[in-house]
Design a protein around this ligand. Structure first.
Ligand code: UDX
Length: 441
């Protein structure tokens, strides 16, 4: 059955969720306070790079199923099902998540809810948030006890956002077990098409659903830092971490995915989510349980420093050296540069006196805003012009397909450091280059 839903927040999560809910046949109203963003979305333009999303957006706007507004009143009049997909960034100077956006959606929406309604939170939040927001919504809403808050965490990856939303590995729904209500039934209707395809649907209590998301991200971060820690040992022992990952990954209990060693994880989720998870465990008196995540974070940050060291070793001194940086996005198929390892490395190298030239196929605009003092080039070749060392820091296909002959006449010295282990060492070495990987001999 088609429903009317509103989605608060039109960032990576909210815009994707709104467009995909419309794709499932629902009538959707996307709500945001940012009028510029809404203007773009209304014109069928996605304000960030996400493969496939623009098609879904345009198709559903054209079909009349998807609209946008800044008006909470309009959302409350339009729908009885509301999704919250606003950001929960890291607080300045603290590990904890900043809940201001999530809180304000509930503070501003609840007083307008005159009919029985379900609010589904999708944002990644500290455990206990849903229960707190439920109490607040019931207190503020004219419909009182007939307003429910449930938690439906989102697991989408940037670059695969549409696929992950329309074909998720699983759906998780946390409901308030102390107040049996309609949330599960409503979710089953909203996601009926996915459930028909056999997507697993797990219903839990509120706290468990919140923790599922935090633990999933903590596990992924741990897996990456595990292989990066092993890559440090590989470097010391002269072993090859990529062959090692292939070999241990054959064990189905381990699995090969998320075992790519390199300059580590970044982005708007994993780094801040593990920190928020530690902070929340501390508040709950369970800080001992997650101290290992501190080490996961440390290992991750050490990989960036290691990359800077490798660049310094390659140049002798970074002072006055020309360094080509290929990649700025925190991962390929994204223009997101939040906590990007690539830009962090580029910044550190520049601070040490090198002339850095950065190129990224999609993230140049965002990079220039975040790091206006770095120098940028319009192509791989411009970036590598006269370089003493070439650093591959994001594994865009364009970089992974580079051939030694492509760059041989452009660079000053044939030295390449592969921060994502995405190139074949023998190709480069046989062509007379010095090739260094991360955790490779
Ligand atoms: C992540 C989770 O995967 C997703 O489920 C959650 O909803 C949000 O956070 P995302 O941040 O989009 O998604 O990116 P992801 O693909 O997980 O990559 C995160 C970072 O880890 C990137 O910087 C990537 O380069 C790095 N990474 C990933 C590695 O360094 N090695 C790997 O093997 C995998």
């Amino acid at each position: 059955m088609e429903s009317r839903v509103s989605v608060f927040g039109t960032g990576y999560l909210g815009a994707t969720h709104a467009a995909c809910m419309a794709e499932l046949g629902h009538e959707v109203l996307g709500v945001d306070v940012d009028t510029e963003k809404l203007k773009k979305l209304e014109a069928g333009e996605v304000p960030f790079y996400e493969p496939g999303l623009e098609d879904v957006l345009r198709r559903n706007i054209a079909a009349g199923r998807l609209r946008f507004t800044t008006s909470y009143q309009e959302a409350a009049d339009f729908a009885d099902i509301h999704f919250i997909g606003v950001g929960t960034p890291q607080k300045k100077g603290e590990f904890a998540a900043d809940m201001a956006f999530v809180n304000s959606v509930v503070e501003d929406l609840a007083p307008l809810l005159e009919r029985p309604s379900v609010i589904f939170g999708k944002s990644t939040v500290p455990v206990g948030t849903a229960e707190r927001l439920g109490a607040r919504a019931r207190k503020l809403a004219p419909a009182g006890e007939l307003v429910e808050v449930a938690w439906n965490p989102e697991f989408l990856r940037e670059g695969f956002a549409v696929k992950d939303t329309l074909h998720p590995d699983r759906l998780v729904l946390g409901v308030d077990r102390n107040r049996p209500g309609r949330a599960e039934l409503v979710a089953r209707e909203v996601y009926a098409k996915l459930l028909k395809e056999g997507i697993p649907f797990l219903v839990t209590d509120l706290a468990t659903a919140e923790l599922v998301k935090a633990s999933a991200n903590a596990f992924l971060a741990t897996k990456i830092s595990f292989i990066n820690a092993i890559s440090e040992v590989c470097e010391a022992a002269g072993a090859d971490v990529t062959e090692l990952a292939d070999a241990i990954g054959h064990d189905v209990r381990i699995g090969r995915r998320f075992l790519n060693a390199g300059i580590g994880f970044g982005g708007g989720c994993l780094p801040k989510d593990i920190r928020a998870f530690m902070a929340r465990a501390g508040e709950l008196g369970a800080d001992q349980a997650l101290t290992f995540l501190r080490e996961v974070d440390n290992i991750n940050m050490r990989r960036r420093t290691r990359m800077v060291e490798l660049a310094r070793e390659a140049c002798g001194s970074l002072l006055g050296a020309r360094v080509a940086v290929l990649g700025a996005a925190f991962k390929p198929d994204s223009d997101d540069v939040r906590d990007s390892p690539a830009l962090n490395v580029a910044g550190q190298i520049q601070l040490q006196g090198a002339a850095v030239s950065v190129y990224d196929p999609k993230a140049m605009g965002n990079s220039k805003v975040l790091f206006p003092t770095l120098a940028y080039s319009d192509s791989v070749y411009d970036a590598c012009d006269g370089a003493d060392v070439v650093l591959v820091l994001t594994e865009w296909p364009e970089f992974c397909q580079l051939q030694p002959a492509d760059l041989a006449d452009v660079v000053r010295k044939k030295v390449l450091i592969d921060g994502r282990n995405c190139l074949t060492p023998s190709d480069w070495r046989n062509a007379g280059w010095i090739y260094r990987g991360m955790g490779r001999p």
